[in-house]
Design a protein around this ligand. Structure first.
Ligand code: GLY
Length: 412
């Protein structure tokens, strides 16, 4: 008869064998996705050729590649994906492409016309500096952060997302709109603060995040998309939506930006208030009865529900529940890999792995040479504007690659 020690040893050995074989399977999963993403992006690069001032964003009705100019909020994602492919493959050719595409954005360092400079410069130059820091890139990041900071007003306690514009329905005016997405741009301010030892940049990021906590989040930690501020008093006048179903609904990608943004805020400040916000926002998303079983959300958590009244003017707003937004799921997947490092016992890691497998399944990952050579299918840009409905989006791919990288690092 075996004694207790031998039984424990045997179970430990079996456990280790299972763990190793499970890890090997997961490494194969990651490798296969890296291989596919590299092949697909190679095709994309054949289509685009050298950077010529236009950047992959989505596809048109015929499934053909649609590019934008560098001033669009998405211009930094393709260069950023090239940096991730360099890290994931270790192949020099990706670094050469990443350097070329990133370098083509340099003049944006003085751009101040909207808040998205954080996305544009941090996804591109931020990754470059993380991977191969140089004095030149350091100065570009500092200048970019200072350009973004010019949009901050101490009166509202926020960075103005957009200049004056009318809401989607053309009847409401926004003089000082701030959107939940803006949380993502704060990462550039923290980089600038660190690199230039500039406390003001740090303070602006923290003030913006605190104002967002107050005015964008509901008591249950769901989120409004837009807060419209009064330019004279600085007070929040009202909450609204730009890309969601209704002013009081929760737009899926907005919630995703909040989860990622507050996780990043905790990384940068170690203030538990932000960790609590990230956790509560993530739990709201993951436990929502309207989240499909595969955890790829509909474009808005309240689309078509009673009590959430869409505007009447745009025909597009009669489209209700059926579209998924893969970009929101990719953002949340990547965020959960990070959030898991700060909060134990919540299954965020297992959930992120699950979501990554779902994103990589044939339901959401394209076939080679299809989908305009983007990696993921079935995202939504803006249903109220009737724009980019059920298409690939460059930022879905960026956060998918980031999630793959974060997962691979977690296994090392
Ligand atoms: N930041 C714009 C969007 O998420 O559509």
């Amino acid at each position: 008869m075996m004694n207790t020690t031998r039984i424990i040893t045997r179970f430990t050995v079996i456990g280790c064998i299972l763990l190793v074989s499970c890890q090997n399977k997961e490494k194969q999963f990651i490798d296969e996705n890296i291989e596919f993403s590299a092949q697909q992006t190679t095709l994309m690069l054949q289509e685009t050729g050298e950077p010529k001032g236009v950047y992959p964003r989505s596809t048109d009705a015929e499934g053909k590649l649609v590019c934008t100019d560098k001033y669009d909020w998405t211009s930094g994602f393709f260069p950023g994906s090239l940096w991730y492919l360099y890290e994931l493959t270790g192949q020099e050719k990706w670094k050469e492409e990443a350097l070329r595409w990133t370098g083509s954005l340099e003049s944006l360092k003085t751009f101040t016309k909207h808040h998205d400079l954080g996305f544009m410069m941090y996804c591109s130059y931020g990754n470059e500096y993380r991977i191969q820091p140089t004095e030149e890139v350091k100065q570009i990041l500092i200048e970019s952060a200072r350009s973004l900071a010019t949009r901050f007003s101490p009166l509202t306690g926020t960075i103005k997302s957009w200049n004056y514009r009318k809401a989607w329905n053309d009847s409401v005016e926004w003089f000082y709109p701030v959107i939940i997405d803006n949380m993502m741009n704060l990462e550039l301010l923290f980089a600038g603060a660190r690199l230039a030892n500039d406390q003001e940049l740090y303070n602006i990021a923290v003030t913006h995040a605190n104002t967002t906590l107050k005015n964008h989040l509901r008591p249950d930690f769901s989120s409004y998309h837009v807060v419209n501020y009064d330019t004279l008093t600085g007070a929040a006048r009202n909450q609204a939506t730009n890309q969601g179903y209704s002013d009081n609904s929760t737009w899926a990608r907005g919630q995703a930006w909040g989860i990622y943004g507050f996780t990043m805020m905790y990384r940068e400040t170690k203030d538990p208030t932000y960790l609590n916000a990230a956790e509560r926002m993530a739990d709201w998303y993951l436990n929502n009865p309207n989240l499909p079983a595969d955890k790829i959300p509909y474009w808005d958590f309240n689309a078509g529900q009673e009590g959430y009244v869409p505007g009447l003017k745009s025909q597009a707003r009669t489209i209700t529940g059926s579209y998924r937004d893969v970009s929101a799921a990719a953002i949340v997947t990547s965020a959960l890999f990070e959030l898991n490092q700060y909060i134990a016992g919540k299954n965020y890691y297992e959930t992120a792995i699950d979501m990554l497998h779902t994103l990589a399944s044939p339901a959401y990952r394209a076939k080679l040479g299809q989908n305009g050579d983007f990696i993921l299918m079935h995202s939504v840009g803006s249903i109220p504007h009737g724009a980019e409905v059920d298409v690939p989006l460059v930022y879905a791919d960026y956060y998918f690659l980031e999630a793959l990288l974060r997962y691979r690092k977690s296994l090392q």
